[in-house]
Design a protein around this ligand. Structure first.
Ligand SMILES: C[S@@+](CC[C@H](N)C(=O)[O-])C[C@H]1O[C@@H](n2cnc3c(N)ncnc32)[C@H](O)[C@@H]1O
Length: 347
């Protein structure tokens, strides 16, 4: 079932952070309802190109109808972003000017998918982004041991009552629907005024486990860096602290020339910075956006720019020199490098 539209979050901020330019080439790794993608295409016109990816086939359907006007400049792929590099090479979509991740779920999935992402709608305990995945939320709650359940609810839900919830799940199972599970959790945790629903954290933990969200994010971030042209932008919007921590730590690590443990007398890691962090402080939604779209309240945007490492500079100049048969005259190299950079970002 295709449901009500998703309101994209931090759109202006994302477009600015991506430095979207006419003729640019961009990847939206989390296409959803196509809101960010439409804004990217609008700002990169004329000549812009967009590769949109989503693991959910329903999202691809919704976005392709929304982006119909740009069908000549878009390529939509139904796949997991953990396959980002392979997708880009398959479609010859490298290098790119910017890559966006707007993590989590869309309103389409929460409200109308019937796949059990929300404890507010009765549905089977499924929670798979793609029907091709095997493990469902029902498999987890109905077959995992009490210790395994407690561990995942604590780790991925950051839930203080994880052990008690796990014990009750094991006592009360099997569960078929979201509402049955949410009611049992509510009995364990209790409902306190002005707080999130007692099942929020457990549902988050189940969804993260079913879709291996954190592993896929880590892998996709590493791949994204290799696909960016020089000065290309990586922009990530996350919605909970586990995702945000991964993004923050990834950007911090990739912006350092040395990642040896503190106190190491001489660098032995050989690491070179591939990113420059653009916003030291995380970008959050304005009060006006929060009022218009309360679901945006936890959004946190981080952005970084691809920098060229000295090794890469050297290799590129070497390759260019041999390709153009220019002799190894040191004074010509900076000019060549600048030309190459222009070509790279204009391609
Ligand atoms: C918050 S929504 C994106 C909304 C979108 N930016 C818009 O403007 O409509 C997140 C989307 O990312 C997709 N998604 C989440 N994890 C994914 C993954 N590992 N691979 C591919 N798509 C994923 C979800 O299916 C969902 O459609």
């Amino acid at each position: 079932m295709l449901a009500p539209a998703h309101t994209p979050v931090l759109v202006e901020e994302a477009i600015k952070a991506l430095a979207v330019q006419p003729g640019g080439r961009y990847i939206d790794c989390t296409l959803g309802g196509g809101g960010h993608a439409a804004a990217i295409l609008e700002h990169s016109s004329p000549g812009g190109q967009l590769l949109g990816i989503d693991a959910d086939p329903d999202a691809i359907k919704v976005a392709s109808s929304r982006l119909e006007a740009y069908s000549g400049s878009t390529l939509l792929v139904n796949d997991n972003f953990s396959n980002l590099q392979a997708i880009c090479y398959k479609h010859d979509f490298v290098p790119v000017h910017g890559i966006l991740f707007d993590l989590g779920l869309s309103s389409l999935q929460l409200n109308g998918s019937g796949r059990g992402f929300s404890f507010q709608h009765r549905a089977p305990l499924d929670m798979r982004l793609s029907p091709d995945q095997e493990l469902t939320a029902a498999d987890i709650v109905n077959t995992y041991s009490e210790a395994e359940l407690a561990h995942l609810i604590k780790t991925y839900g950051e839930e203080g009552y994880s052990r008690r919830i796990a014990r009750r799940i094991v006592q009360e199972r099997p569960f078929k629907t979201t509402i049955e599970l949410a009611q049992v959790i509510e009995q364990v945790v209790g409902r306190r005024r002005h707080r999130i629903h007692p099942a929020t954290k457990t549902f988050q933990a189940l969804r993260i486990t079913v879709n291996q969200e954190l592993e896929h994010l880590e892998s996709a971030l590493r791949q994204a860096v290799t696909l960016l042209g020089f000065s290309g932008r990586l922009v990530v919007i996350s919605y909970h602290s586990l995702e945000d921590r991964i993004v923050k730590q990834f950007m911090q690590r990739e912006s350092k020339d040395c990642i040896c443990p503190p106190g190491t007398p001489n660098c032995v890691c050989g690491h070179a910075a591939s990113l420059r962090i653009l916003n030291k402080r995380v970008i959050t939604v304005s009060f006006a956006e929060f009022q218009a779209n309360p679901r945006s309240r936890s959004a946190r945007l981080r952005a970084a720019e691809r920098v060229i490492t000295q090794d890469e500079q050297y290799q590129i100049v070497e390759r260019l020199c041999s390709a153009t048969e220019v002799k190894d005259n040191g004074w010509r190299r900076p000019i060549l490098l600048q030309k190459l950079r222009q070509v790279f970002l204009a391609s």
